[in-house]
Write a protein that binds this ligand. Structure first.
Ligand code: HEM
Length: 159
């Protein structure tokens, strides 16, 4: 084989392999983006983030100025909430769990949650994700999941 033919053959192999080798982004073998669940690192990191989140949310003074929230957080065991929220996040991010708790309307209707309380929860959640160094893309996807539940959780007539 002549030199220029060899060169061309080598070049073709190089170009072909560059097309075939998957990039080092979080992708599955067939080139699709990995689920949010997998990009977050699976169940272990999710349990840690949910646990830390509820450790901050449940005793939060602003939220507990609302007597309904205060009464519920004293009545409902925190480990139970951690379990249910973890199952929900695991399922919503594409993980293998199944959430069997109440729907968001039924679980929060009696709490009279206001826009202000919702905003407080979002601040706590964002701060926590930043502290855990969750990347921007995954943070935004998690916030979108949370936001999709807002109309079921916040009282329609709240200030
Ligand atoms: C300001 C925002 C929120 C507050 C103050 C809040 C507070 C609470 C409280 C006090 C309970 C226990 C209610 C009871 O059993 O009497 C509860 C249940 C629950 N919350 Fe929230 N929550 C908020 C937002 C969210 C969001 C955004 C999610 C998930 C996307 C969520 C997921 C759940 C789940 C899964 C349960 C358990 C449902 C069950 O017992 O079947 N919550 N929440």
């Amino acid at each position: 084989m002549k030199l220029f033919q060899t060169k061309n053959a080598l070049l073709s192999v190089l170009v072909l392999s560059m097309m075939l080798i998957p990039t080092l982004r979080a992708e599955t073998v067939d080139g699709e983006q990995a689920s949010l669940y997998d990009r977050l690192g699976g169940l272990a990191p999710i349990t840690v983030v949910v646990s830390d989140f509820l450790d901050e949310l449940v005793p939060d003074p602003l939220l507990n100025q609302n007597p309904a929230i205060d009464a519920a957080r004293q009545a409902v065991p925190k480990p139970y909430l951690k379990y249910q929220v973890t199952a929900m996040v695991c399922q919503a991010t594409g993980g293998p769990c199944e959430y069997h708790g109440r729907n968001m309307k039924a679980a929060h209707a009696h709490l009279n949650i206001t826009e202000r309380e919702w905003a407080r929860m979002v601040v706590i959640f964002k701060d926590l994700l930043a502290r855990h160094q969750v990347p921007e893309q995954e943070t935004n996807e998690l916030l979108a999941i949370i936001d999709s539940t807002k109309s079921d959780i916040v009282m329609a007539s709240s200030p």
